[in-house]
Design a protein around this ligand. Structure first.
Ligand code: NAD
Length: 466
């Protein structure tokens, strides 16, 4: 049988694209070498959120007194914390299996390679159960994702014991007493936050001059202060020159500001970005055009090879699950000749640490570099009634408008629950809202979201509650 579409990879890009294609009346198969749901559901977004929830609850009950409550000194069973996270991942993995059945999508378990075909590349799957299956299709969607980048030249390669990538950090046997985290992107910061909450002595090393360097500078500075207050140590503008095993632990050599130091710890997490899973698939033989290690695609996900689409992490940054899903769903509409979803909506970014960080659109520095004249408004949660009542006064909302048009072009938040609030800004930006629209919107009282209204008013010097 010839499928209309074979999707390779079942992460949030692949499986959602497969479902949309099926909804569009296409006959679809999906190939997965490991677990349905990919990294996001099994080894990334979801299980980390389960760990972070345990950490957040633990932090809260350690401060019962702040809420007028009493109780005995809390503790934790680390194996159970990890088991809960794995159970959450397993539940969602099962959920994707259910969705594949519901949408009549054939699941083929194995590793897919591509070779020249008729309408699209021919897919040959080395089946996990043994043997091979050739799958003919009119369209192929590469949704093969990415994996942790390691740096062999300096020894930053996971051994699963003392040196970890995110995968090892999700299923540790015990909490390391001391931990060095290399890289202060979302992965580094989320694990630093989790392990610190459970008592590890954590040091984060960042090569650039500030932590969370993709965020607005003010957010990076506030995050640095807040994490330091929680006891996390940082080395910024710091170059890791060597990672080596030392007994049961590690030694991490660092150079910063002309000085060298060696950090000794029980564990080390390498969180220095990711690389696309494009090896061994046969892309070179097909002549697939690449761009800095990623498959080059157009606005509809099409590659330069007939019938071959590429979406998500394997097709370049930002390496985010929601960007993969959006691209895949759009491509599945496009190949079925349907009017696709919005082509280039703004892509939010979230870091689920304590405190949380969320942003969408341009930073103040980015606007400056592009020569955009901006109007900026800010509002701190310490002046927001709900945040004070919740015992969460840290952080702020910062909004950036284009001074000439009034258009909302950036929003940056740090504090409790901000990852649940950023979608208000996403919708506003997708609908091309202006400062007038935001200022004229009724925000429910009392909520932390009122800080969005106040920050928008502040851009015109009309803030009310501060
Ligand atoms: P990243 O690229 O976001 O951050 C890596 C950081 O490491 C950068 O700040 C970089 O400057 C630094 N770095 C690189 N080499 C270094 C070195 N030798 N020494 C010290 N610092 C070094 O990558 P990540 O945190 O590994 O995450 C990978 C991808 O997955 C990112 O695109 C991220 O956005 C995504 N992700 C997102 C979430 C989320 O949305 N919450 C969670 C996890 C991962």
């Amino acid at each position: 049988m010839t499928y209309d579409l074979v999707v390779i990879g079942s992460g949030p890009g692949g499986y959602e694209g497969a479902i949309r294609a099926s909804q569009n009346g296409l006959k679809v198969a999906i190939v997965e070498r490991e677990l349905l749901g990919g990294i996001c559901l099994n080894w990334g977004c979801i299980p980390t959120k389960a760990l972070l929830k345990s950490a957040e609850v633990f932090d809260k009950i350690n401060h019962l007194g702040d809420y007028g409550l009493t109780g005995e000194k809390p503790g934790f069973d680390f194996d159970k914390v990890v088991a809960r996270s794995r159970a959450v991942a397993k539940q969602l993995n099962g959920g994707v299996g259910y969705l594949m059945k519901k949408n009549k999508i054939d699941v083929i378990e194995g590793f897919a390679t591509l070779s020249p075909g008729k309408d699209a590349p021919k897919v040959t799957v080395k089946l996990n159960k043994g043997g091979e299956q050739v799958v003919e299709a009119k369209n192929v969607m590469l949704a093969v994702g990415a994996r942790a980048r390691e740096i062999p030249a300096i020894g930053a390669v996971a051994d699963g014991e003392a040196i970890w990538t995110y995968r090892n950090a999700l299923t540790p046997k015990k909490i390391p007493k001391s931990l060095v985290v290399i890289g202060s992107g979302a992965i580094g910061i989320e694990f630093a936050s989790f392990y610190r909450s459970l008592g590890a002595d954590v040091t984060v090393i960042e090569a650039l001059d500030r932590i969370l360097p993709v965020e607005d500078k003010e957010v990076s500075a506030e995050a640095h202060k807040a994490f330091e207050k929680r006891g996390i140590k940082f080395r910024v503008g710091a170059k890791v020159t060597k990672v080596e095993k030392a007994g049961a632990g590690v030694k991490v050599s660092v150079e910063a500001g002309g000085k060298s130091e060696v950090l000794e710890a029980e564990g080390c997490i390498v969180a220095v970005g990711i690389v696309a899973n494009t090896d061994g698939i046969g892309l070179d033989k097909l002549g697939v055009e690449m761009d800095r290690g990623h498959v080059k695609n157009d606005a509809h996900g099409k590659t330069n090879v007939k019938g071959l689409y590429a979406i998500g992490d394997c097709a370049g940054p930002p390496w985010l699950a929601h960007k993969a899903s959006h691209e895949a769903v759009h491509a599945a509409d496009y190949m079925a000749g349907k009017k696709g979803s919005n082509l280039n909506p703004p892509i939010p970014g979230c870091t689920y640490a304590t405190p949380e960080v969320a942003s969408v659109g341009i930073t103040e520095q980015g606007a400056k570099e592009k020569g955009i004249d901006v109007k900026i408004g800010r509002f701190p949660f310490k002046a927001n009634g709900k945040a004070i009542a919740a015992g969460e006064p840290g952080g702020f909302v910062k909004v950036i408008f284009d001074k000439t048009t009034g258009a909302l072009i950036g929003a940056h938040m740090i504090g409790a629950n901000v990852t649940e609030m950023i979608q208000g800004f996403c919708l506003a930006m997708t609908m091309e809202a202006t400062e007038e629209d935001l200022q004229g919107t009724i925000f429910p009282h009392p909520t932390m979201s009122e800080a969005i209204l106040e920050a928008s008013l502040d851009a015109d010097g009309k803030m009310i509650n501060l």
